[in-house]
Design a protein around this ligand. Structure first.
Ligand code: FES
Length: 572
């Protein structure tokens, strides 16, 4: 099989000429024949002025290049799309699959024997790993790492659990304009990803658990020197993989690896988005994620990591307590230690080398968990025939079993317009319902599932209510929030049939979410709605492709034509 510069020649009908021409052009950049004969390690560049989370990507790229060259390879840096949460309209999730396609096609089109993908802000690592799984090129993932924490009035705080908490306090009149502006400058004090257990941290931990990044890659803070050294080591390792041809993602992304990732997702109090992304990654392999098995696992796996929003601390504290390797050790027999990793060994080697930190309280033992069961539960019921998700570790325990009157918002725009209306008929024990927030409805399934508490209830000190939707929420959010209701209302899901005044029952213990309206009435409402029409926003370009191809939350919201073929049951 061809290697290095000889791989994937441009088609001119004469392979010798294709190589001759390629070398002629690359020599314009000053490369020698010796350099061009080396194994090539591609390195993605997702640095962007619009992506402050990736502000350290240039330094990581330099270190990775150094590692590649120290090991005798040729590093080749190339750009891909970069997505930042706050700079992506209508929502970053709308663009995740575009980034996955861009990355996949660049890995296929350009000659490289291994690749290092450097990402971190929420949708970027999932997009890059989806691509790597499809191309099946030896891949090392380098997360950019979490931000360090901020401080305000003696309190430790960070993006973005505290963003929401303090903004809610501002909305409730407890924090004035001047103070909220000061807070604004302190929530994100460095480059790197949000330092609570939001989606970025979740996916970095899941990546390490999947064996796709070197040990401790998930938790070293973005500005630390150790992160640079991990990038250098990743460069060396990627070159070894380029020379030996493996391990490829297909050797690492096994059923055992996905199960380990699910265990870690539950044990870290991970973001609900993590399940969608893990499902999308698994569906790029012949395996997949079974929602009911994930729920069953959640009943056996305790939350062990004390990080916001489920707990108290931040990623740098998790790191100083031993990071993912120490967590894997605490999880004991719940983890399959025979799973291979990109480092060349197995998770058994990773756990054997895990640091023991005397007196640390961030990574708990199974005897002293933060929560005795996992972070998330899968709900079903007449509102969610294909499933819904609740992060009960970050919910109010008193609301987990609750029946209340529905207050329905038909879209995100409707919610934005009416939620703070002093005349809104809403009580603390009501259930706030958001429709048309799903993959096709919004579009892109934005993080609107964290419906704000109406201002007039906030002023009465109400901090949480049951909120349900087909949208997502930020992994950094806290509340009794049912998300990812599938199928979504915009494709005819039953959530779209709920009307203000209906009774809704959340039964977390029984894993159900139901509207207490009889079937005949629901069918009459469905008949009155008429057929689903393609919306105006989906008439052209990527939006056209997105609307026609995006899958529902239970299938990871990938495009239908990008999934791998599953292995038939009889073959395991
Ligand atoms: Fe980039 Fe939070 S905004 S990780």
């Amino acid at each position: 099989m061809s290697k290095g510069l000889r791989k994937g020649l441009t088609s001119y009908g004469d392979a010798g000429f294709s190589l001759f021409l390629r070398k002629a052009f690359i020599k314009a950049a000053g490369y020698s024949d010796d350099a061009l004969d080396r194994p090539i390690v591609g390195i993605t560049n997702t640095a962007s002025d619009y992506n402050p989370c990736h502000g350290n990507a240039p330094a990581l790229i330099e270190a990775a290049k150094r590692g590649v060259m120290l090991a005798g390879g040729l590093p080749m840096v190339f750009p891909t799309i970069s997505i930042h949460e706050s700079f992506a309209h209508p929502t970053s999730m709308f663009l995740r699959n575009l980034m996955a396609m861009d990355t996949e096609e660049m890995l296929r089109a350009q000659p490289m024997d291994a690749v290092i993908v450097i990402g971190g802000c929420d949708k970027t690592l999932p997009a890059q790993i989806m691509a790597a799984a499809s191309v099946d090129l030896p891949t090392v993932v380098i997360p950019v790492g979490p931000m360090v924490v901020g401080h305000h009035k003696g309190e430790v705080l960070g993006a973005c659990t505290d963003c929401r908490r303090l903004w809610s306090a501002h909305r409730a009149g407890e924090i004035d304009e001047d103070e909220i502006e000061r807070v604004n400058g302190r929530l994100a004090p460095s480059v790197g990803t949000c330092m609570v257990m939001g989606t970025a941290s979740t996916m970095a931990c899941v990546t390490e658990a999947l064996g796709l990044s070197l040990p401790m890659s998930a938790t070293v803070p973005a500005p630390h020197a150790e992160r640079i050294r991990i990038a250098e080591s990743s460069g060396r390792r990627a070159t070894e993989m380029a020379l030996s041809g493996g391990p490829r993602p297909s050797a690492l992304l096994t059923p055992a690896a996905f199960r380990n990732a699910e265990v870690v997702l539950q044990a870290i109090g991970g973001s609900t988005n993590g399940l969608i992304h893990l499902t999308a990654i698994a569906n790029r392999t012949p395996h997949g994620i079974d929602l009911d098995a994930f729920d069953t696992l959640g009943r056996a796996v305790p939350v062990l990591v004390d990080l916001k929003p489920s707990g108290q601390h931040y990623m740098e504290h998790f790191h100083h307590a031993g990071g993912v390797p120490a967590l894997l050790r605490s999880l004991g027999s719940l983890i399959d230690l025979e799973a291979a990793t990109v480092a060349g060994g197995t998770l058994r080697d990773v756990v054997a080398a895990a640091e023991a930190v005397p007196g640390q309280t961030v990574i708990r033992s199974a005897d002293d968990p933060i929560k005795p069961v996992g972070a998330m539960a899968v709900l079903r019921g007449n509102l969610a025939p294909r499933g819904a998700l609740i992060k009960h570790s970050a919910a109010s325990p008193a609301l987990l079993q609750h029946t209340g009157r529905a207050v329905v918002f038909s879209s995100i725009a409707d919610m934005t317009t009416r939620i703070d209306d002093p005349d809104l008929d809403v009580r603390p024990d009501d259930v706030l319902v958001l429709q048309n927030g799903g993959p096709k409805g919004a579009p892109g399934m934005p993080e609107a599932g964290y419906l704000p508490i109406p201002k007039k209830l906030l002023a009465r000190g109400i901090k949480d209510m049951v909120r349900i939707s087909d949208a997502r929420m930020s992994g950094t959010a806290f509340g009794t929030i049912v998300l990812h209701i599938t199928p979504e209302s915009a494709v005819g899901g039953p959530l779209g049939l709920v009307r203000t005044g209906d009774r809704i029952r959340l039964d977390t213990a029984g894993r159900r979410i139901d509207v207490l309206v009889d079937d005949a009435e629901l069918e009459a409402r469905r008949a009155a709605l008429g057929p689903v029409q393609r919306p105006d926003w989906a008439r052209r370009g990527y939006a056209h492709l997105f609307y026609g191809s995006v899958l529902q939350a239970d299938e990871g919201c990938d495009f239908d034509f990008l999934r791998a073929e599953p292995i038939p049951d009889s073959e395991g």
